[in-house]
Ligand binder design. Structure first.
Ligand SMILES: [Zn+2]
Ligand SMILES: [Zn+2]
Length: 441
């Protein structure tokens, strides 16, 4: 049916006609008619409980020794991504990656819930302070897992590590080691602030010292989702446009542009595989109401190459700090599915190009066939600046650098007077320009 209407279009009328021929779509659009929709594909938890993949199998707490010299001073060599003995410089590179742990691979084959043991729900009563017997000297050494997973024996100076997972979120499945060295992070922060230097607050400029940047492992829950996405709505195709004379209430004839469009019921159903969706698992970072906090900034330095994350080993954290996970998979599943729906709508754009006047989606469904969860520490260089305002209130500013890609984002305290002065000048220039136009300069 053809609808005659002036712009903007009135709500399109439902049409009995089928959607435009399939030939109008790209083959990879994977459009399937509604009949092909199989509700049985909907995942039901009863079909099989969650599958837990143990990622701390064989992990040992206590002394982790260099295979060559037996020293316990082990840390990440950022240049190679390997662990290195700080004593004899021996390096090893046999860490299991996600795929070796059975936590990566074909998303289309995912059924039900699969998760690394590091994603286990946090048990609030878990004792955060663990005591280990040092196997070198026999002393009891305390590790406060709220603040780290290593401690030095105060008697023999050996380093003790926590590698077995405790249900308090301190030990994830995997860690993505830093690859960007500190000096490069400092250079990125300097460059970022340099571009904003003119507007930056005077005190900030005086106190700016990017060398104090800290390497932090941020806790994330990473999801692979095997979903079936369904969108239904109405799409319009322009048939023709033309101009008509219309008599106005003042008795004058005016030109009015008219558009004829065909309206179709449109359904798009397709498999949507979401790979490595990263969601903060620190409640503080996910609190989007906290203005000017790190959460938004850190989201802007995504993505991370999570597929290169390796099995957790406390020694990767040596010399860095880490923030502990304090939220469970059930807390972040909702936000994850919301993001998946956004991705689905974006993906669908390529499947509705035939509707040159657009498609309005009225319904969206997302069935989760399978999901896989991994708890990961991801590397971020953080430069923080505590701004104390004249009224006594304070605000934390951050510049964050992705510890893998060098992507940089942040906030800088602004010199309001200078910003105001500049915007007034811009407006004055615009006003003068407008004046010139008016007098036909
Ligand atoms: Zn060694
Ligand atoms: Zn000892």
């Amino acid at each position: 049916m053809t609808v005659h209407q002036p712009e903007p279009a009135a709500p399109p009328q439902p049409s009995p006609q089928p959607p435009a021929p399939a030939s109008a779509f790209t083959p990879e659009a994977a459009f399937t008619p509604e009949a092909a929709f199989t509700p049985e594909a909907v995942f039901t938890p009863e079909a099989g409980g969650p599958v837990v993949v143990r990622t701390d199998e064989g992990a040992k707490d206590g002394l982790v020794k260099c295979a060559r010299c037996g020293a316990t001073e082990i840390s990440l060599n950022v240049a190679t991504g390997n662990l290195r003995c700080s004593f004899c410089r021996y390096e090893w590179a046999d860490a299991d990656k996600l795929v070796d742990l059975g936590l990566d691979g074909d998303i289309g084959a995912l059924r039900g819930v699969v998760g690394g043991s590091g994603t286990a729900d946090i048990v609030p009563s878990t004792d955060e302070v663990l005591t280990f017997r040092c196997s070198a000297c026999g002393a009891d050494v305390v590790v406060d897992t709220a603040h780290g997973t290593q401690a030095r024996c105060h008697w023999c100076r050996n380093v003790l590590s926590v590698n077995q997972q405790v249900p308090n979120g301190a030990v994830p499945d995997v860690v993505l080691p830093f690859r960007l060295p500190k000096d490069q992070a400092v250079a990125r922060i300097r460059e970022f602030v340099g571009k904003r230097r003119f507007y930056a607050h005077r005190t900030f400029r005086a106190e700016f010292s990017p060398e104090t940047v800290v390497g932090v492992y941020m806790p994330y829950l990473v999801a692979d989702l095997n979903t079936r996405s369904r969108l239904a709505g109405q799409g319009e195709r322009l048939v023709r446009s033309y101009t008509v004379k219309v008599r106005g209430s003042d008795g004058q004839d005016r030109d009015e542009r008219r558009y004829d469009a065909d309206v179709y019921d449109v359904v798009r159903e397709f498999d949507l595989h979401v790979d490595d969706l990263t969601i903060e698992s620190s409640a503080d970072r996910r609190d989007h109401t906290a203005a000017a906090r790190t959460n938004n900034i850190i989201n802007t330095i995504l993505p991370f190459d999570v597929e290169n994350a390796v099995r957790y080993d406390s020694n990767y954290l040596s010399g860095f700090t880490a923030e502990r996970r304090d939220t469970d998979v059930d807390d972040v599943r909702g936000p994850a599915l919301t993001q998946a729906k956004e991705i689905a709508r974006f993906r669908a754009l390529a499947m509705i190009e035939a509707y040159d006047r657009g498609v309005r989606w009225d319904q969206q469904g997302l069935d989760v066939v399978g999901e896989r969860w991994v708890a990961a520490y991801l590397p971020v260089w953080l430069y923080s600046y505590h701004q104390v305002r004249r009224n006594g209130s304070s605000l934390l500013h951050y510049v964050a650098v992705n510890g893998r890609t060098g992507e940089t984002m942040g906030s800088v305290p602004v010199n309001r007077r200078r910003l105001f002065a500049v915007s007034v000048v811009v407006e004055a220039v615009a006003a003068v320009a407008a004046l010139f136009v008016m007098i036909g300069f």
